[in-house]
Design a protein around this ligand. Structure first.
Ligand code: FES
Length: 174
């Protein structure tokens, strides 16, 4: 049988634990929030319909995201872009590359003659299969996973991932 003193002692300990949990849970969720946001970033997003893509011609599509820090929610804005290329021969096959240059992260565009990719910052050059064409970039362009939806005119869905620059190895940013 608990004495009144023990009852108050255990009661106040239990109450203290409940209050500590009530404070800790939102704190832990706040700390883990960026991880869940990164997981969301890696979900596939629809960038185009297959019918929009001209076979053999690279086309760039922006990645639009909204940013949020502890205090401010920013409006949705472009945070990068992706090159999509529909294969000219192999039916509805599409390849995707992030436009972020593996050298130092500038946006890779098309060369003046339109026959390769080229980066305006330090002249990195890449073939349309992403392989490097000079020694400036440490590796080829970074390919992204592509899914086509099961529709007559499929959605082209891409998993957008950012990779470390200045590295021979392809390491996703966490
Ligand atoms: S950032 Fe592209 S060549 Fe340097």
């Amino acid at each position: 049988m608990l004495s009144r003193r023990d009852f108050y002692r255990f009661g106040s300990i239990a109450l203290g634990n409940v209050i500590a949990l009530a404070v800790a849970i939102p704190g832990v969720r706040y700390l883990l929030d960026p991880l869940s946001k990164r997981a969301q970033d890696r979900e596939s997003r629809s960038l185009a319909r297959l019918s929009q893509l001209v076979p053999g011609k690279p086309q760039a599509f922006p990645i639009i995201e909204s940013r949020q820090d502890a205090w401010v929610k920013y409006p949705r804005e472009p945070v990068g872009s992706v090159w999509l290329i529909r294969e000219p021969r192999e039916g509805p096959k599409v390849v995707a590359f992030t436009a972020e240059c593996p050298h130092l992260g500038c946006a890779v565009g098309l060369s003046a003659d339109g026959r390769s990719f080229s980066c305006p910052c330090h002249t990195s050059s890449f073939a349309f299969d992403g392989s490097p064409q000079n020694k400036v970039p440490p590796r080829g362009m970074d390919p992204l996973e592509v899914e086509l939806s099961d529709e007559p005119d499929p959605q082209v869905r891409v998993k957008f991932v950012r990779y470390q620059t200045q590295s021979k190895e392809r390491k996703p940013l966490v």
